[in-house]
Structure formats: C-alpha cells, structure tokens
Design a protein around this ligand. Structure first.
Ligand SMILES: [Ca+2]
Length: 247
C-alpha cells in the first residue's frame, strides 16, 4: 500500500491532582543499643514528639484513656522499641487526632510501637471525612511484640493534592496503641501529579487525504477526531496513542 506518514501531529503533557493516600512502612533499625526508630522521611519536619510543643499549625486532641508515658509498664503501655523519650499510649476506646488542616502536608510519618491488630489510623480530609484507613491487621504479625522490627515500625503516609488531607486520627480497641515522633512534609516538595502523554499519528493514501483535526484533552476524555476523513478503514488510517500515568 502506498501509504505516506503525513505527520506526528502532537504530543502533550497534562498535569492533574492525584487522589491517592498510600501507606508504606519500615521496621525498626538495628543499632548497638537495640532496635530503634528508622527516622523521618527525607524532607519531613518533626511535628509532634510529646516532649516539646507541637510544630506551629499542629494540634493534638485526645479522648478517653490517652496517656503520656516514658518507659514501659506491663499491661498498660510499651515504649516503641528504642524510644527512651515520652510517647502517647491509647487504651481501649481512646483516640488522638493530630490536626494540621492549615499546613497542606504532603506526607506524615509516625513511629509505631508493639503493633497490635486492633490499632487503627484514619486519614481525614479537611471536611472531616475518612478517606483512608490503616489497621494493625495490615501489618502482620501484629502480635504486640515490644522489640521486633516487624511490630515496631515507622508508618509513612503519602498524600495527593486532591486528597485535601487535614488530620490523622489514631485509635485503639484494645491495650494499647503506642506511638511517637510524628513528622510531616510541610513545604518544598511538590505533590504527586498524574501526567498524561498522548501522541497521535495519522497515515492515509495521498489522493484521499484532505485534513484531520486533533483535539487533546485530559486522559479521561476523547482526544482524537478524524471526522473529515470519510472512512477510516477504506483510507488506511491508523491511530496510535500512548498514555503514561506517573504517580
Ligand atoms: Ca517522644
């Protein structure tokens, strides 16, 4: 067939807010003194450590049996592995809500001690709705071990701009949920974005070629019109498109 490639019409990039809260975690790291907090993520600032005043724009509100401890007391609270400072422990039915609605955080991380299946974290948007939940069941073996790297972990929460996150709420339905050292990415790092790339080529025999029009739009919308060509099949028109999403 005497086809002629008449053009790579265009390629373009569209950036849009991503809607996705994701969780990752890292177990306590080995040190000469025993397992210890892996530490804040890159770019994070310490927001709450229960030893000093919270970072500007951050408040912590508790309900029920939420108490500060230093060291471990069997049957009451176990310090997160390697944590000799003050930490917060939630008994059965207690909650602690860390509110940062004025900061537009990109990430939050927290060091969790002796993870149990009944420990829970809800991520709330500024309207107060729960948009993502983590529980101890998501992190086997969730057996409350005081020292194991598997049960003493830093949980990393990553937010998209479209999530509009305003708070993180900790709660427990058993004894206990212990945590410390809450960090967050306050500024300087862009939100994750969705990038859509589309490239379209049209090939048609020269005698029948008249014109084409191409319309680009977000990934969720049609991007190509070939209405000026009477029949795609009979004129050997083909379309190639590529969509690339980057989170
Ligand atoms: Ca502390």
């Amino acid at each position: 067939m005497r086809n002629l490639l008449i053009g790579v019409i265009a390629a373009m990039t569209v950036a849009a807010p991503a809607h996705a809260v994701t969780f990752t975690s890292a177990g306590a790291v080995a040190t000469p003194g025993g397992p210890a907090d892996p530490g804040l993520a890159a770019h994070e600032t310490l927001l709450v450590d229960f030893d000093h005043a919270a970072h500007a724009g951050v408040t912590v509100a508790t309900s029920g049996n939420a108490t500060l401890h230093t060291g471990s007391t069997s049957g009451v609270a176990a310090a997160p592995a390697g944590d000799a400072s003050r930490y917060l422990a939630l008994g059965t039915g207690a909650t602690a809500t860390v509110n940062f609605a004025g900061l537009s955080l990109r990430t939050v991380s927290v060091y969790l001690g002796s993870i149990d299946s009944y420990n829970r974290i809800d991520v709330l948007n500024r309207a107060g709705n729960v948009i993502k939940t983590w529980t101890g069941n998501d992190q086997p073996p969730h057996n409350g071990d005081w020292f194991a790297a598997a049960t003493n972990r830093r949980l990393f929460m990553n937010f998209g701009q479209g999530d509009d996150v305003g708070a993180v709420r900790f709660s427990s339905s058993g004894v206990a949920f212990e945590f410390d050292s809450i960090g967050g990415t306050v500024a300087g790092v862009p939100f994750a974005t969705t990038t859509a790339v589309r490239a379209v080529r049209v090939r048609t025999p020269l005698p029948s070629f008249r014109s084409t029009s191409t319309v680009f739009g977000p990934a969720s919308r049609p991007c190509l019109r070939t209405s000026s060509i009477p029949s795609l099949a009979s004129h050997g028109v083909w379309v190639w498109s590529l969509q690339l999403d980057v989170m």
